[in-house]
Design a protein around this ligand. Sequence first.
Ligand SMILES: NC(=O)c1ccc[n+]([C@@H]2O[C@H](COP(=O)([O-])OP(=O)(O)OC[C@H]3O[C@@H](n4cnc5c(N)ncnc54)[C@H](O)[C@@H]3O)[C@@H](O)[C@H]2O)c1
Ligand SMILES: O=C(O)[C@H](O)COP(=O)(O)O
Length: 563
Amino acid sequence: MAEDVTHPENIKVLITDRIAREGVTFLREQLPEAQVDERPGLSPEQLKAIIGEYSALVVRSETQVTDEVLSAGTRLKIVGRAGVGVDNIDTNSATRHGIIVVNSPTGNIMAAAEHTIAMLMALARHVPAADASMKANKWEKSRFLGIEVRNKTLGVIGLGKVGMAVARRAQGLEMNIIAFDPFVSPEQARKSNVTLMSLEEVLRQADFVTLHTSLTSGPSGTRGLIGEAELRMMKPGSRLINCARGGLIDEEALLRALDEKHLAGAALDVFSQEPIRDNALLQRLVAHEQIIATPHLGASTEEAQVGVATDVAEQIVSVLRGGFPRAAVNAPLILPETLKVLQPYMTLIEKMGRLYTQLQPEPLRKIELTYSGEIASYDLRPLQAALVKGLLESVSEAHVNMINAQVLAKEWGIEIVEQKSTTPAEFANQVTLRVVSDGRAGGESHPENFVNVLSGTVMHDEPRIVQVGPYWTEFAPEGPILFCRNIDQPGMIGIVGTVLGKASVNIRHMDVGPSVRRARAYDAKRPTDSALMVILVDNPIPEWALDEISQAGNIFGVKMVNL
Ligand SMILES: NC(=O)c1ccc[n+]([C@@H]2O[C@H](COP(=O)([O-])OP(=O)(O)OC[C@H]3O[C@@H](n4cnc5c(N)ncnc54)[C@H](O)[C@@H]3O)[C@@H](O)[C@H]2O)c1
Ligand SMILES: O=C(O)[C@H](O)COP(=O)(O)O
């Protein structure tokens, strides 16, 4: 049997970049049986060689979590980024592998904004060069003539969380703020006294330009956002600050713009290669007299590091205990209140999926999911994921979860169509699953293929199946269950009961449901109508007993399922 990687004693957490002690302590305290290993500085090969042992990986921006690493992480459930940017993690690959990626979207905003302001002031007043000169025992008062930032224009590119925090702080320094961000509305910006403009206008008007977008690739991505042409657009003598991501700037073009004195200076916290090691271009860049460089220190404050490490540690504990993360990068964000309501429906719908696959092991094409009642007003994405999990887990090796459910459903060629109505159907809240199979095993007209509809509800927080194919029923979808249909006439229950007694199988619950048609228009004169027997048992029924029931006469479609 496969090892349960969520069992506390089997959990291993690997931390490959340095994170605050508080985060490590939290993991050790909350997962006392788990093994928490801190292994900073692993090479990509070393990481690949050991990742297969771990259920969780914690990184900052240094560890490259590539497709190769994720493919080797066969037990990996979650990757936690103790920080914001996830450009060092192949999130598409994580999604395909069903691995949750979480980050701390707000833990280091202030740290990054304050570092940007520090860079702005250092650039304006040559603080690092003056300090170096003093340390070289010089007193070069006239060499370090600076400029004031008051009444200067700051151009913010990317008016998101950090960009806005920088804008507010720069307003305190009496700067005028202009910004470029195609996803922010002018009203939103105006409320914060920021004037939105095109990228070109910002570059032409600003005395200082500061970058705060994330790094994205592709045709409309931000990689190389500030290239040769954009640097030329910048006002002569202006200054550039980058505390966002290295790949945003063409570093070679920046070096030229500085050498030609088109720009007066640049302050860089981030680089296209980190650490820069023996990258000749980056070495020349950081050695340049007009450059101020820091080794990706934007988030490096005590406060931010404690914040991001505990933020991520909490999410890892929650996920490893079967809960949900607060800030998943590759999963829908579901509020805890919503999740509380949806949880029993997730169990219900997963069981409906499992029940369907076991009763009707036939390739699926299309599923129509109908939600009726108040439940229809919620964000129901987790339910769809639960359905795919239920449908596929008994027939495939795939580890299905909320992260990869849609990708896997597509790979299996299953189309899921949802219908929602807040008007209750037969029950206050009801989920109905209608299946269009590809009919290879005889299709819907085949006498054994009676299950094209399953319906369920939740009673007192417990899932209940209320319709199976054309029959009404009511049972808790749990454990071994015998399904059989019989001609609706006296003596049928007795036959089944006797065989089960002979086989020493204890019946936990039994339900005999008439067909929906018959229940709707009850007609005692139609004894040839069929009924569905659903018998919940305590232990599996031996083959010989199932055969005996099948051969008893007037009983057909005998099937054992395990939910
Ligand atoms: N140096 C550090 O240590 C450090 C610390 C924290 C954050 N960061 C980096 O700072 C950046 C901003 O972080 P955030 O939390 O504010 O992110 P955010 O998502 O809140 O903001 C990014 C903003 O960029 C905008 N944007 C997207 N594409 C754009 C484009 N082509 N042109 C202009 N704007 C565009 C978005 O609309 C958004 O408003 C990220 O790259 C993050 O990784 C660095
Ligand atoms: O994206 C981030 O959170 C920052 O760039 C900080 O990165 P770091 O955790 O490697 O310092």
